[in-house]
Ligand binder design. Structure first.
Ligand SMILES: [Zn+2]
Length: 389
């Protein structure tokens, strides 16, 4: 026997999420436009919207354009219905922000030093920072609706960090550990480059771009890919390990076990690996010297750019994106690596693939990942929206 009531409740829940997501993405929007975009009939939309208004998830503003007859009221997603927390966990630092539901940052702490890379200590430090922002969140109907975290390395569907060689982590159930600390707030952990791609898609260079790749370059290299507004994850969720594509068959040995991986040549690792022969020992020092026109530093940064360009050309040839966004620390380095990246891509990407291709430096700078992580929590909240029957 079919459970009619149960089925109806499920249909209503799905339709509610669909209507709310449509309003979130397309606001300001009229009820008629919601009906058109979702394929739901006008009476259904009207009912769902009254419930959403009552639940304070949607607000109404003054009349919009009309094609004749009474001008419709426009709907907005209520950005102040609650707040989302986004975190970018990097290799030596983390950044955290509290945002409203439109991704506007209300409070933030950028580039906080990790006191250790020990996973339990990192969890303690993140938990303290989360508690601090949660305590400061302005009053709202739903409070803190979720916490998103972008972490370096491979992350499974349960938010377990399977392998993060740059942190020295293996099999760390970060999502579960934090969920134990904050049992009432949904927590999502994803790969930091995936979160960065989503952040730029929703709030940065990638708005309305259907095929984009976000390249997170700094201590290591990773890539996140967005296809038609969704993250491309691959069969098991591990796509985007761009840093471990082989670019030198007999090259240096990598922490992944292979040889000649891109990130050994195009990230800070290139500097760390050649410490003995270089007069500087970190990306930060290289930039400081480059700012004083130091020839060694300028040359090293150009080399990083050249290799990063090779990696990007390989992705461009393989995936034919319309936009490549260079993010994480390298988002700030266009001045030093820009020409070399461009030269490399021009030389190695197929000409057909270069047509209409744009390469930009993440306009959200070090906020791409934390905003993407916050947006994942917002998307999940909208997906859970349930209106009582
Ligand atoms: Zn590798």
């Amino acid at each position: 026997m079919v459970n009619i009531t149960g089925d109806q409740a499920l249909v209503k829940k799905i339709n509610t999420s669909l209507a709310l997501e449509t309003i979130r993405v397309h606001a300001p929007i009229s009820r008629a436009q919601v009906a058109e975009l979702t394929g739901l009939n006008k009476a259904t939309v009207s009912n769902l919207v009254s419930d959403l208004l009552e639940q304070q998830l949607v607000t109404e503003i003054g009349p919009g354009q009309s094609s004749g007859g009474r001008k419709p009221l426009l709907l907005l997603f209520n950005r102040n219905a609650g707040y989302s927390i986004g975190i970018h966990l990097d290799v030596r630092t983390f950044s955290i922000a509290l945002c409203d539901l439109s991704g506007q940052i209300v409070l933030e702490k950028l580039d906080q030093r990790l006191s250790s890379s020990d996973p339990e200590q990192v969890t303690d430090q993140l938990a303290l920072a989360i508690q601090d922002l949660t305590d400061q969140a302005p009053p709202s109907p739903y409070g803190v609706i979720g916490i998103g975290i972008g972490a370096p390395g491979m992350v499974d569907e349960q938010g377990c960090v399977l392998f993060a060689p740059n942190l020295g982590w293996e099999q760390i159930p970060l999502q579960q550990w934090l969920q134990n600390r904050f049992p009432t707030i949904p927590i999502l952990v994803d790969n930091e480059a995936n979160a960065g791609a989503l952040g730029e898609y929703e709030y940065g260079a990638g708005k309305n771009v259907q095929h984009l790749i976000y390249v997170s370059a700094g201590a290591g290299i990773g890539a996140g890919m967005m296809i038609h507004g969704e993250i491309y994850r691959g069969a098991a969720g591990y796509s985007g390990e761009m840093g471990h594509m082989t670019i030198d068959v007999h090259g240096r040995k990598c922490s992944c076990g292979n040889r000649g991986c891109l990130e050994l040549y195009a990230s800070e690792k290139a500097i760390l690996d050649q410490q003995k022969s270089l007069p500087f020992h970190s990306l930060h020092e290289a930039i400081q010297r480059a700012e004083q026109d130091d020839a060694d530093a300028l040359h090293t940064l150009q080399q990083l750019g050249e290799y990063l360009g090779i990696g990007i050309a390989n992705l461009v040839n393989g995936f034919n994106p319309e936009l490549v966004i260079i993010g994480n620390q390298f988002a700030h380095f266009e001045r030093w690596i820009g020409a070399a990246v461009e030269r490399s891509v021009k030389q190695r990407a197929l000409r057909s693939h270069q047509q209409g291709l744009h390469i930009v430096y993440a306009p959200l700078k070090q906020r791409s990942t934390l905003l993407g992580a916050a947006n994942q929590a917002i998307r999940s909240f909208v997906g859970r929206a349930k209106v009582t029957m």
